[in-house]
Design a protein. Structure first.
Length: 166
């Protein structure tokens, strides 16, 4: 008998002022150059370029992360503008070293660790209390994320000495 645990969690990233500003600016520039392009062909070409830029700015302004825990593996998907899904990462819990709150004393021995890569799959909000956790993966990857209590409980069932919630 195989027992699989399935937990899903969705976290929306806080909208950045700069990303929203760039998105709005590119949309306005596209509209202006479309009007200019009616009488002047190069203006229409610039409108196409700014329109493409506006599309990508729109897609990257509204981002959500979906964490999925299934059978000792956490996968993270990036959902852009609630319409396009892209696989961001996958982590095997057997190669994870620790999961603890971002300000936990359990991470003190990892503070001076030289990490090759830091990825942030959190909302980017520093709340009180802070809901963000850090996962050290394979000793050289630091993952910042916001798992819900059910996901932490499921991971703790697999690796009880590696998951800290206080």
């Amino acid at each position: 008998m195989v027992s699989e645990t399935y937990v899903e969690c969705l976290v929306a990233r806080k909208p950045s002022f700069i990303r929203n500003f760039i998105k709005t600016l590119l949309i306005m520039l596209t509209a202006v150059f479309c009007l200019i392009g009616i009488g002047f062909v190069p203006g229409f070409l610039v409108a196409i370029i700014t329109g493409i830029g506006a599309y990508f700015a729109y897609m990257n302004a509204d981002i959500e992360y979906e964490y999925l825990y299934l059978d000792k593996e956490v996968s993270v998907d990036k959902i852009m503008a609630k319409s396009k899904r892209k696989k961001a990462a996958s982590y095997n819990m057997e190669r994870m070293e620790i999961i603890a709150p971002i300000n936990s004393h359990h991470l003190d021995s990892y503070r001076n660790l030289t990490v090759k890569k830091t990825v942030d799959f959190s909302s980017g909000q520093v709340d009180s209390p802070d809901k963000r956790f850090i996962m050290i993966y394979e000793g050289n990857i630091q993952v910042i994320w916001e798992p819900n209590p059910d996901m932490l409980k499921a991971i703790r069932m697999v690796a009880p000495r590696k998951v800290f919630t206080e």
